[in-house]
Design a protein around this ligand. Structure first.
Ligand SMILES: Cc1cc2nc3c(=O)[nH]c(=O)nc-3n(C[C@H](O)[C@H](O)[C@H](O)COP(=O)(O)OP(=O)(O)OC[C@H]3O[C@@H](n4cnc5c(N)ncnc54)[C@H](O)[C@@H]3O)c2cc1C
Ligand SMILES: *[C@@H]1O[C@H](CO)[C@@H](O)[C@H](O)[C@H]1NC(C)=O
Ligand SMILES: *[C@@H]1O[C@H](CO)[C@@H](O)[C@H](O)[C@H]1NC(C)=O
Ligand SMILES: *[C@@H]1O[C@H](CO)[C@@H](O)[C@H](O)[C@H]1NC(C)=O
Ligand SMILES: *[C@@H]1O[C@H](CO)[C@@H](O)[C@H](O)[C@H]1NC(C)=O
Length: 518
């Protein structure tokens, strides 16, 4: 009698019970491996049977390994022992549970362009999102479901062909989710806001392997955090994000090269064009201090490029000031969106996307250019760039995307903390790995950021999370308003208390300093 009721009860419970038991016993706890001793054969034997047929597991001895683990930033990169490529989204919970049971850290990798040196603390399994690259336009054509391994050029080309656009980063080679979890800047932000502003729903696998839906209506607290601090909280297997009908057939793009004596005029003109976050909604500007020996053998030049979502005729009135300054070189054209990344030198095949270099980069942000500070940064650049021939690729970069779509959103509604920064500035010191240059580069980078930050007395320095070098104070990245970090710490405690996602500018549970993050 007793037994019978137990059986009946057990039968009634069977589906949920077996699911729970399967979770508990799927992988026995086992501390006998370290990232260094784990082999692909072990993982294949123990995890392989749980995964879809398309999933692939390999390590250093496999010809696919080098390609899958190559990094854009090779200064302090993560160290990968085994690569696991999910075949389907549902593989990811199994991979996470397996890694946890073996006590081996795991890292989500898509294009490998993440550059923060906090990634250097990682040793373990790479979950390689590359095969999860489907894009599915919704029936109402207002959104699309993007799998976690899609990237910029793929999205731009695919959607354009169907008559749509979406917010992505500017470079063809970077992912959608990697930039988007930190906000995500790009050419359409004046109209549509940041990449994360377009997120509708994220399918996320949490630190313990639980798959959840994250949106306004499901785990809304986490949705807030994943739009700006998202690398801290989970693996995005796919994201539903807004798309928009393409309203143009081509962009107008133009580049001017100026000699250094025009520097003040150029930045004064930019301050008129976009005074304090008022840059025309369809116009983006990109400035560079760069070497151009064919044009100017002994002095770095200033390259100012613009792209306009529309025709040359519409763009021209905004550009008169820059025409009048007197460029030594000009190039322009009307370019369909899929060709624009390459036309602007930021396509998948262009140098900025290439992997395998040391990238010492510091970022500072501002509302308007301080012309004096811009001059000081130029003089420092001119004094350093000729000292080591290996540094010739180094450039100072100013990105002025249109801001309206970004500033229209309430800054309290997401973890993206720097909506009131309208211009992103950076020094990109790039070279073939050469440790004799590291100290020089680091010092130069830090001095440059300091000059920019001294150019805005009364404002606190900020860092865009996706451009962080990785040693900045934590408030500089996640916001100086104390409520932001408090809220992020509560989320971290709730969703990632063991710090499984502590490799990309992690939010420390305790302490306020950015230097010892774990
Ligand atoms: C050449 C270049 C151009 C850039 N252009 C822009 C730009 O236009 N706009 C902009 O905002 N930023 C830009 N960035 C910065 C960019 O946002 C970061 O480098 C970002 O980390 C790249 O993400 P990824 O997925 O391409 O690279 P990865 O190295 O593959 O990923 C970076 C990190 O993102 C996380 N991540 C990636 N995919 C997932 C996922 N599916 N689920 C959970 N976490 C994930 C992981 O923490 C990972 O460590 C650029 C960077 C480079 C190098
Ligand atoms: C190398 O990796 C890229 C993605 O980063 C992929 O598209 C390509 O097919 C890979 N090439 C080889 C030879 O495996
Ligand atoms: C920009 O405008 C804001 C108010 O909207 C003001 O607080 C800030 O000081 C202005 N910045 C500059 C550089 O003028
Ligand atoms: C490293 O940089 C130093 C300093 O510029 C240079 O002398 C040396 O040749 C470089 N080494 C390599 C291997 O390029
Ligand atoms: C511009 O920067 C200089 C330092 O380079 C600083 O002394 C000055 O106050 C800044 N000007 C403004 C308007 O903030």
């Amino acid at each position: 009698m007793k037994l019978q009721s137990f059986v009946a009860c057990a039968l009634a419970l069977l589906p949920s019970l077996t699911a729970a038991l399967a979770e508990l016993t799927e992988f026995a706890a086992d501390y006998s491996y370290t990232p260094a001793t784990l082999t692909a054969a072990d993982v294949q034997r123990q995890l392989g049977p749980r995964l879809s047929r398309q999933a692939v597991i390999y390590a250093q001895n496999d010809p696919r390994f080098e390609n899958a683990t190559m990094r854009w930033q090779v200064y302090n990169p993560p160290s990968i022992s085994v690569v696991v490529q999910p075949g389907i989204e549902a593989d990811i919970p199994h991979i996470v549970r397996y890694a946890n049971r073996k006590s081996i850290p795991f890292l989500t990798v898509n294009t490998g362009h993440g550059s923060t040196i906090s990634l250097g603390k990682f040793k373990g399994i790479q979950i390689y999102m590359n095969p999860l690259n489907k894009i599915t336009i919704s029936r109402d054509k207002k959104s699309a479901l993007f799998q976690g391994g899609v990237y910029g050029q793929q999205i731009i080309s695919y959607l354009w062909g169907k008559g749509y656009v979406a917010m992505t980063g500017s470079c063809g080679c970077v992912g959608l989710v990697g930039p988007g979890l930190g906000g995500g800047h790009g050419r359409y932000q004046g109209l549509y806001g940041l990449i994360s502003d377009g997120f509708i729903k994220l399918n996320v696998v949490l630190a313990d392997g639980t798959p959840i839906v994250v949106s306004d209506r499901s785990h809304a607290d986490l949705f807030w955090g994943m739009k700006g601090a998202g690398h801290n909280f989970g693996i995005v297997t796919s994201v539903e994000a807004k798309i928009y009908p393409k309203v143009i057939d081509s962009f107008y793009a133009v580049s001017y090269i100026y000699t250094q004596d025009k520097l003040e005029q150029v930045f004064e003109e930019l301050n008129k064009l976009g005074a304090n976050g008022t840059q025309p909604q369809r116009l983006n500007h990109y400035g560079l201090y760069s070497l151009a020996p064919a044009i100017s053998p002994n002095q770095p030049v200033i390259i100012m490029s613009f792209d306009y979502i529309g025709s040359q005729a519409e763009a021209t009135p905004f550009l008169t000031g820059f025409e009048n300054i007197g460029a030594v070189f000009k190039q322009d054209g009307n370019v369909p969106y899929p060709q624009l990344p390459h036309a602007e030198g930021s396509g998948v095949e262009d140098a900025p996307c290439n992997k395998g270099l040391t990238r010492i980069q510091y970022n500072a942000n501002t509302q308007m250019y301080n012309v004096t500070a811009q001059r000081k940064v130029y003089e420092l650049y001119a004094s350093k760039i000729y000292q080591h021939p290996g540094l010739a690729e180094t450039a100072v970069v100013m990105e002025g995307y249109a801001t309206k779509g970004v500033t229209d959103k309430d800054p309290k509604d997401s973890a993206y903390a720097i909506r009131d920064e309208y211009i992103m500035m950076g020094i990109n010191i790039w070279y073939k790995p050469n440790s004799t240059l590291d100290a020089f580069a680091n010092d130069w980078g830090k001095q440059t950021a300091k000059l920019w930050n001294e150019g805005q007395p009364g404002r606190k320095p900020t860092t865009y999370i996706n451009y962080a070098f990785g040693d900045e104070p934590i408030e500089q990245i996640y916001g100086h308003e104390p409520w932001r970090l408090e809220r992020l710490r509560r989320l971290k405690k709730r969703y990632d208390p063991k710090g499984k996602f502590n490799y990309y500018n992690p939010i420390p549970l305790y302490g306020r300093d950015g230097i010892d993050w774990n």
